[in-house]
Design a protein around this ligand. Structure first.
Ligand SMILES: Cc1cc(C)cc(S(N)(=O)=O)c1
Ligand SMILES: [Zn+2]
Length: 263
């Protein structure tokens, strides 16, 4: 299989030319979560998130997605519990989506694709003092994944959607305050799958404890359409490219176990 060799040959990617090989890449993300093969672990605790909306600083287009960044110089916005041994500080959240509602998520559940996926990125502030340090370590990062489905309008998301036209181009940044990311979590955060993986964008480092929520959130078709109005390209570039399909294809499990917090 792709995992037996030292290097994992990655499939073609709709968004960018992936590096041909990731040294020792045997815990890459995203993956397909095969529900019947996940192992129920009764020791998994509920997730405890404690987010302070006042730590929200800016929203910007990094040329892959748009990121809402938080002040992570203190432990004001954190996640702990679940599979985590330590406390992790929120540094940013972002999304992945498709050009149509038929696909766009990075993880899949029994091969089911969702139109988009939210990632809340945290780093281990019990063990490290900077994100840049933590991103290189096995237990350095914790990312909460939430699937989006198209349905009723998400009131909390609208404040974010209204800010997107101001950051249409790559590298544009606008100030963004008092956004509570807790409003983007599903009502049930006790049911999730967890496994050890990687960043899904370069540098693809294998330092992430993933917690993928079983329950999705709903956003409206129009809200998702605004995501698709963003551009991969900067204002100066002649050819403007729509920011869509900014997801990585599923990677081999390589013998990893996916645990579930629910039976
Ligand atoms: C730190 C970080 C940055 C980016 C752009 C994306 C990720 S991901 N998709 O692995 O959650 C993580
Ligand atoms: Zn992501």
């Amino acid at each position: 299989t792709a995992c037996s060799s030292k290097y994992v040959l990655s499939q073609m990617h709709p968004m960018w030319q992936e590096p041909l090989a990731i040294p020792g890449g045997d815990r890459q993300s995203p993956i397909d979560i095969v529900v019947r093969k996940s192992i129920y672990d009764s020791e998994l605790k509920p997730l405890v998130t404690d987010y302070d909306p006042n730590t929200c600083q800016q929203i910007w287009n990094n040329g892959y997605s748009f990121l809402v960044e938080y002040d992570d110089t203190t432990d004001k916005s954190t996640v702990k519990g679940g599979p985590l041994q330590d406390k992790f500080r929120l540094c940013q959240f972002h999304f992945h989506w498709g050009e149509s509602n038929a696909w766009g998520s990075e993880h899949t559940v029994d091969r089911k694709l969702f139109p988009a996926e939210l990632h809340l990125v945290h780093w281990n502030s019990d063990k490290y003092s900077l994100f840049e340090e933590a991103v290189m370590e096995d237990n350095g990062l914790a990312v909460i994944g939430v699937f989006l489905k198209v349905g009723k309008r998400h009131e909390g998301l609208q404040k974010l959607v209204d800010a997107l036209p101001a950051i249409r181009h790559k590298s544009s940044v606008v100030e963004f305050n008092r956004f509570d990311p807790a409003c983007l979590l599903p009502s049930n955060t006790d049911d999730y799958w967890t496994y050890h993986g990687s960043l899904t964008t370069p540098p693809l480092t294998e330092s992430v404890t993933w917690m993928v929520m079983k329950q999705h959130i709903e956003v409206s078709h129009d809200q998702l359409a605004v995501f698709r109005s963003l551009l991969f390209t900067s204002a100066e570039e002649e050819v403007q490219k729509g920011m869509v399909n900014n997801f990585r294809v599923q990677q081999s499990l390589c013998g990893r176990t996916v645990r579930s917090s629910f039976s």
